[in-house]
Design a protein around this ligand. Structure first.
Ligand code: IPM
Ligand code: MG
Length: 359
């Protein structure tokens, strides 16, 4: 029997509510197949700050590094809004991404047929959408220096640096081309090369790397146009490759095609065994403790873990099927409610999906 160690970083707000449900589902997977999951909890974000005065304690990093994969809920709470930037909960997320070298962030935006009618866009526009956003995650203006706020010319002046090394662009490009090869072999690289030098290098580098993937059709799009095209005609996209900040923005936008932020999972991968899986939504502290948040994004993140870290594609498929069956059977959390639907809580949604695994 194989045993995988999973670092369980529930985080803040509703983080624990959603990771609990993912754990429930993973336990069913271990009943079904000869695999064991050993969960090791650790603190991250505001809750870690409360105990250790840092949102990303050494012990958490250690647990994450010796695990086979990290499952994360979400970080952040208004409680911590007044903290200095270096100890804010969000900093832990950036810190762990950097420490584990998780440069490749895969964010699938899939519109399930059961839910096309809850999309804020017209059904015929979104039906059948299946986009994989490949977001670079450890570079760009998120990590560039110099940065800061200072006094210049007698007034406050704030600045960040949008920058990429060629090597950083190359490695995410290889990742995205490989992802495209496994899908419909269409890759759209999104940048702002008409204005930004860093984007010019991005585009040149992607073009160079594309020669090694002649089977993939490469196109380019400026980010403003991409933001528009995602709404206008999302089905034109297969894989979108972009930098850290454009990817952050476009993935939130793309999540709305599916109707709820509560549906979108993500995988953050490195070129070692380090990997982290988390929903793309935040910690929603206003919803904490009410048993109403949607656990599906986190459950699907656990599914991505099975696929990408443990190579259990069959178990990934089991979970996706179980989620879709729950939706087909009319079960809905509040965020995806529809007239006539059976509205259930976070825990019940987890139960239904978990039960579907063994059916
Ligand atoms: C995300 C989030 C994070 C990001 C925040 C919480 C730091 O928005 O994962 O998309 O900007 O990357
Ligand atoms: Mg974001």
């Amino acid at each position: 029997m194989t045993t995988y160690n999973i670092a369980l970083l529930a985080g803040d707000g509703t983080g624990k509510e959603v990771t609990d449900e993912a754990v429930k589902v993973l336990k069913k997977i271990s009943q079904k197949y000869s695999v064991d999951f050993n969960f090791e909890p650790a603190l991250i974000g505001g809750c870690a700050y409360d105990k250790y005065k840092t949102p990303l304690p050494e012990i958490t990093l250690e647990i994450a590094k010796k695990s086979d994969a990290v499952l994360l809920g979400a970080v952040g709470d208004w409680k911590y809004d007044k903290l200095p930037p270096e100890v804010r909960p969000e900093r832990a997320l950036l810190g762990i991404r950097k420490e584990l070298n998780l440069f490749a962030n895969l964010r699938p935006a899939i519109v399930y047929p059961e839910l096309t009618s809850i999309s804020p866009l017209k059904e015929d526009i979104v039906a059948g959408t299946d986009i994989m956003i490949v977001r670079e995650l450890t570079g760009d203006v998120y990590f560039g220096t110099p940065k800061g706020i200072e006094i210049k010319n007698g007034e406050k002046f704030g600045y960040n640096n949008m920058c990429y090394y060629e090597s950083e662009i190359k490695r995410i490009a290889h990742c995205a081309f490989k992802v495209a090869q496994q899908r419909n072999k269409k890759l759209c690289s999104v940048d702002k090369a008409n204005v930004l030098d860093v984007s010019r290098l991005w585009r040149e580098t992607i073009t160079e790397i594309s020669k090694q993937y002649p089977d993939v059709e490469l196109t380019y799009m400026y980010v403003d146009n991409a933001a528009m095209q995602i709404i206008r005609n999302p089905k034109q996209f297969d894989v979108i490759l972009t930098g850290n900040i454009f990817g952050d923005i476009l993935s939130d936008e793309a999540s709305m095609l599916s109707g709820s932020l509560g549906l979108l999972p993500s995988a953050s991968l490195s070129d070692t065994k380090y990997a982290m899986y988390e929903p793309i939504h935040g910690s929603a502290p206003d919803l904490k403790g009410q048993n109403i948040v949607n656990p599906i994004a986190t459950i699907l993140s656990a599914a991505m873990m099975l696929k990408y870290s443990f190579k259990m594609d069959y178990a990934y498929n089991d979970i996706v099927t179980a989620v879709r069956q729950a939706l087909k059977d009319g079960f809905r959390t509040k965020d995806i409610s529809q007239p006539g639907a059976n509205i259930i809580g976070t825990d019940k949604m987890g139960d239904v999906i978990a039960e579907n695994i063994l059916k």
